[in-house]
Design a binder for this molecule. Structure first.
Ligand code: ADP
Ligand code: MG
Length: 288
């Protein structure tokens, strides 16, 4: 495996409210994400996904166990410099693009992050142009963000993160508020960041069709790591996913229904075209 970028070892986080009430949001979670991996984090509402994102960005610190990011432990009492260093390495893209755009012109918005990092002007110019090209929004550099579609706004938000040159980007349900076209634009952008730039990606989502685009899927259920493997491995067990309130890709669902009726397949593809091909193959061999 590649050099580890994130190491969670018996990581737990418990929220405590004013009245002493406690919610265990993450319970003894252990996993490693290698540098350059593209991992989808799947789980129904309230399973602890955003809590994990907040720990990776030092908005929260573990209540027990340990979390290491780029070789640095996340703990209560880190110095401002240490926190800054982690936040520079791990960029975050959230759900609502409107809450992430701050400037009135697209390119100024993208420049905002690197300006805060104290990057020299000339360098910022280059980074902003590169980042906008990477997300396919360079032609819109002079536009006003509020005139853009949801998918375009989210791509500008991603450009703003890329311009800070993080080593990893965590997307916390960044497609949830977009229409299908906007979602597809953002998914293509994420795939590109992984393929062309080798960036470490954690994509938190509850869409199956998005999770299958990752190289690895981790399922979190009620604060525990429930499954961890390639999309093919994780989606093979349709029953296990249903038990924790998750759907499976449509093609897989159809194959599972056939399997329940005694039809067996040699493979368990996750894309609809692959499923259709296997079903067709069975159909043809039977009708000979
Ligand atoms: P997800 O992102 O998977 O929907 P979260 O990490 O937001 O899940 O939440 C995990 C659990 O922690 C839920 O039970 C949620 O209600 C609880 N929780 C989240 N934020 C807080 C908070 N600030 N105070 C108390 N409980 C919280
Ligand atoms: Mg969440």
């Amino acid at each position: 495996m590649a050099e580890p970028f994130i190491i969670a070892d018996n990581l737990s986080y418990t929220y405590t409210d004013g009245d002493g009430g406690e919610t265990a949001a993450l319970k003894n979670v252990s996993f490693t994400v290698g540098r350059g991996e593209y991992v989808a984090v799947l789980g129904h509402n309230g399973s602890g996904k955003s809590t994990l994102a907040k720990l990776l960005n030092v908005i929260l610190v573990p209540t027990s166990g340990s979390l290491t990011v780029a070789g640095k432990p996340i703990f209560d009492g880190m110095s401002d410099d240490e926190v800054f260093d982690v936040r520079r390495k791990v960029g975050m893209v959230f759900q609502n693009p409107d809450n992430q755009l701050v400037a009135t012109i697209v390119e100024e918005d993208v420049a905002f992050g690197p300006e805060n990092l104290g990057i020299p002007r000339d360098e910022i110019r280059l980074r902003v142009d590169d980042a906008l090209r990477t997300v396919g929004m360079y032609e819109h550099r002079d536009s006003q963000p509020h005139r853009l579609s949801g998918g375009q706004k989210q791509r500008v938000a991603i450009a703003g993160v890329i311009a800070m040159m993080p080593e990893c980007i965590v997307f916390d349900e960044s497609t949830a508020m977009l229409d299908p076209r906007g979602r597809a634009e953002v998914m293509r952008t994420i795939r590109r960041l992984s393929d062309d730039f080798g960036m470490t990606i954690l994509h938190i989502t509850h869409y199956m069709d998005e999770a299958v685009m990752a190289d690895r899927v981790m399922v979190i259920n009620d604060g525990e790591l429930y499954a961890d493997g390639t999309p093919k491995e994780v989606f093979r067990d349709v029953g296990a996913l249903r038990r924790v309130g998750l759907d499976v890709p449509q093609g897989r669902e159809l194959m599972d229904a056939l399997e329940q009726n005694g039809v067996s397949f040699a493979d368990s593809p996750i894309d609809n075209a692959g499923c259709a091909a296997l079903i067709l193959e069975r159909y043809r061999s039977r009708s000979k």
